[in-house]
Design a protein around this ligand. Sequence first.
Ligand code: 5GP
Ligand code: SF4
Ligand code: MG
Length: 459
Amino acid sequence: CGVFGVLAAEGDVAKLVYFGLYALQHRGQESAGITVYDDRGTTHTHKAMGLVAQVFNETILSEMKGSLGIGHNRYSTTGSSKVCNAQPIIINTRLGDFSLAHNGNLVNATELRGELSAQGHALESTTDSEGIAFAVSEAVEEGKNWQGAIITALKRCHGAFSLVMATPNALIGARDAYGVRPLVIGKTPDGSYVLSSETCGLDIIGAEYVREVKAGELVIITMDKGIESWQWEESQPKLCVFEMIYFARPDSVMHDESLYTYRLRIGRELAKENFVEADIVIGVPDSGIPAAIGFSRESGIPYGEALIKNRYVGRTFIQPTQAMRESGIRMKLNTLKDVLQGKRVIVIDDSIVRGTTSRKIVRALREAGATEVHMRISSPPVTHPCFYGIDTDSQDHLIAAQKSVDAIAKQIEVDTLAYLSHDAMLKATQIDTTHFCTACFTGKYPIEVPDKLKRTKLM
Ligand code: 5GP
Ligand code: SF4
Ligand code: MG
């Protein structure tokens, strides 16, 4: 999911939140929502199924008055694809309205929802996120202030959560102790504060990057006091490495460099580890392109474009059903026959998950005249499901959990297939290599996954 929030000294923020969500659209395409607080502290919320640009228009945004607002783009991992699961979630408390937008996935959602229901809370959605919001409101009703209530609630949550929240006069951000999902703080030249999943959300509204919200940190931002911070849990950074490889936008900055630069570098590493003779290197748009350019620079084999994407079809991966995924893929990519005719082709992609897209691409390249097709993947084989907010499917659908690299090569009909090593993927980050979650490549889950949940996705 994408989460975003703005607190301005004055003026309406609904449009800024809209543009922030627009820049974060790649993080979730199922539903979008914005909540603003007017000057009396009353919330106004609009949320619906669809893309940000489908859910909002000028009229809706201009009616949302207020200088504090948060927003959310949903990508479903838990809870079904329904409008009651759209966010932000708003709960009325004795201290005023509390609103919350969540990116990530709790591993104890069932337990938390069970406890809250037993305590008499009427949960309305089927998401883990609602549990966090109710846990906050419960602690408020027990007499705690916002800061105390939020910390109490966060301590009941296990799993991945980057949260953007608001109360009538504060914009609030928090990350789990592992910082699995990203979250950054920005500031505009006129003094407004911004929280965004990625830095591309700051750029679009002209905000400067201040710093990231740290793993295990809670920030409460008010116009009076600026940014106040609490380390609510000891930090043990484990950023999702898939954010670096694929999920986040290439123009977003993490660890002081753009992800484009990281992706170029893993392309170079891939060429060092898995060179093969060929006439042209191409990337699968959009996510395979930077690594393909890196591969070409390192290997000296010319880079070319031979797959053209219709940019107006959503990320196939995010469509909820396999049938939609398959038709989405056909709509999405077309080949350039004059570029491919008679060529030995190296095709680079960021990952193979189910293998269905890859086989289609390989067939299309051959139909367009490629004489050899060599696939190189800028991450290791995905052998394990994610429980922290990326929908990589259950293990029995992951092709690399079932088959060897040779068998995958056969199934996707390539001449050769090779993956980036786990070591090179981490070294190329150029930061402490223990600071990443890589569980979908290793099965070593940094946040313990309860057996009951494991059984839902593991073979
Ligand atoms: P496949 O061949 O597994 O069907 O699809 C692989 C392609 O889909 C890659 O281009 C990748 O960008 C995209 N993709 C689809 N699902 C996922 C996913 O869950 N995680 C990642 N990292 N990429 C995915
Ligand atoms: Fe990211 Fe994989 Fe870890 Fe999930 S399991 S958080 S996709 S690295
Ligand atoms: Mg891709």
